[in-house]
Design a binder for this molecule. Structure first.
Ligand SMILES: NC(=O)c1ccc[n+]([C@@H]2O[C@H](COP(=O)([O-])OP(=O)(O)OC[C@H]3O[C@@H](n4cnc5c(N)ncnc54)[C@H](O)[C@@H]3O)[C@@H](O)[C@H]2O)c1
Length: 339
């Protein structure tokens, strides 16, 4: 089978390509990435020597002609869309790029799928943030039927892509599935995101920066468990369906900081607090009963093991993340909300 993986130079896309080719050695993956600041081609260096399994095409998912030509050139069967502007903080600094890629880029892939009957499935990757903010003491979780929300340009643009997927299924009948996942952690994550940011700061003997509302919680899933869930959806997921993917393991930002500080033998003196960014949601928790019962998925990586192996990966791969530090855009401070 021939697959396009968009955004394969990003965190989850790169993990997915490695995972898929480990399990499906006979397949060809074409990684389509626009190479924004968040792209790290080095994450896939080991595959460059295997052109029968892996190809790279630099292209923008919002460019119809480019994507259509790649689909035809490789006789693509499946498209998995990871490409996105993905950092909430950057979405406050440059919202336009988020709506362009996350809404119009995703819709463009749907349009290409509509016009290429050889494409048997488009799978779109979305996020728990599309359901909006949840109270810290809420006793319910977001199901696939919860109303869409989205308080930042990032989360609202991803919600827009979920709506487009629904419309393209209902109106044009394209073969599409959507997954909505909680926060991922693991290797190859750009060191602007919480866990690699804390770890790489502490490796360099720098302090870690927390928002003042550090009791805000996220549900954490190891990226390999996410990849396995996507594999199950590609194999058995029902067209037109949305699948939530979450571990049920919630940790506050303060909890995450503590685990990482403890690992490095550091203390509270290594924490500094800054004002939260605007539209900083308190919590998202997914009800993942549907994928568990319909597709038999369950997370396999325990949080304590996953976080330890992730910290150790960054310790062992300094040559991977060091060159990325100067590419980061947001400083998590001095938000300019109105120009
Ligand atoms: N990281 C998480 O915890 C998480 C959780 C749930 C869902 N998601 C979703 O998973 C997907 C992947 O997230 P990630 O953390 O790997 O992101 P990332 O920022 O690490 O990678 C995104 C990749 O997309 C590429 N890209 C951006 N704009 C593009 C465009 N217009 N055309 C082609 N390529 C483009 C970038 O160059 C980069 O390689 C996103 O859709 C995100 O919304 C992420």
């Amino acid at each position: 089978m021939n697959l396009i993986v968009t955004g394969g130079c990003g965190f989850i896309g790169a993990n997915f390509i490695h995972y898929w080719l480990e399990k499906h050695a006979e397949d060809l993956i074409v990684n389509v990435d626009a190479c924004t600041y968040a792209a790290v081609k080095a994450s896939l260096d080991d595959l460059e020597a295997q052109p029968d399994k892996y190809k790279f095409e630099k292209a923008d998912i919002a460019d119809y002609d480019a994507i259509d030509a790649i689909v035809k050139k490789y006789a693509i069967d499946i498209i998995v869309n990871f490409a996105a502007e993905s950092h909430n903080s950057n979405s406050i600094l440059n919202p336009t790029s988020f709506y362009r890629t996350n809404v119009l880029g995703a819709q463009n892939l749907m349009e290409v799928t509509r016009n290429n009957p050889g494409v048997k499935r488009l799978h779109h990757i979305s996020t728990c943030e599309v359901f909006g903010d949840m109270a810290l003491d809420s006793e319910t979780a977001f199901t696939e039927e919860s109303p869409l929300g989205g308080n930042s340009p990032y989360s609202s643009s991803k919600a827009g892509s979920n709506l487009a997927a629904n419309a393209y299924f209902k109106t044009f009948g394209i073969p599409i599935t959507v997954s909505v996942c909680s926060n991922n952690y693991g290797p190859y994550q750009f060191p602007e995101k919480l866990i690699p940011l804390f770890v790489t700061n502490l490796i360099q003997n720098r302090q870690i920066t927390l928002y003042r509302e550090s009791d805000h919680k996220r549900e954490w899933l190891h990226v390999r468990d996410h990849c396995r869930a996507i594999e199950l959806i590609l194999e058995n997921g029902e067209m037109g369906n949305v699948y939530n993917i979450g571990s049920g393991v919630e940790k506050s930002v303060e909890d995450i900081a503590q685990v990482i500080l403890d690992y490095f033998g550091k203390s509270d003196a290594d924490k500094i607090y800054v004002p939260s960014r605007p539209s900083h949601d308190r919590r998202y928790l997914l009800d993942s009963a549907k994928i568990r019962s319909a597709l038999g998925w369950a997370p396999e990586v325990a949080f304590d093991d996953g976080i330890r192996s992730t910290i150790e990966w960054y310790i062992q791969h300094e040559q991977w993340w060091k060159p990325l530090l100067t590419k980061r855009i947001s400083t998590e401070q001095n938000w300019q909300v109105r120009k």
